[in-house]
Design a protein around this ligand. Structure first.
Ligand SMILES: [Zn+2]
Length: 103
């Protein structure tokens, strides 16, 4: 199995093809590499609602079931992590200049 073209989008960071899936654990959106790989530690499937769902492949549930494919979370392969916010702290006060007394 592979993701259908309708699900494939582009990572805003590294421009790699990814698809968004909901985690079966808590329903959060998680980016997954669009290209299936047997190295991946998650299994992705398309639900009856057309949404992609992702679950972890664990020792307890190692089997890839019919309709699923094995993939890598994009967090593991993204070459452009989100920018840190630390560098913006220095300039925060630049608009506040103490004015000298006028008289
Ligand atoms: Zn990326």
């Amino acid at each position: 199995m592979k993701p259908s073209r309708a699900h494939i989008t582009t990572c805003k960071g590294c421009r790699a093809p990814i698809c968004w899936a909901l985690t079966s654990a808590n329903g959060r959106r998680q980016p997954i590499d669009a290209e299936p790989t047997t190295e991946g530690n998650v299994a992705v499937m398309q639900g009856a609602d057309g949404q992609l769902y992702v679950r972890s492949v664990t020792a307890a549930r190692p089997d890839i079931r019919p309709g699923e494919w094995q993939a890598m979370p994009h967090h593991a392969t993204c070459t452009s992590p989100p920018p840190r916010r630390s560098s913006s702290g220095q300039r925060a006060r630049s608009g506040v200049r103490p004015a000298p007394w006028a008289r």
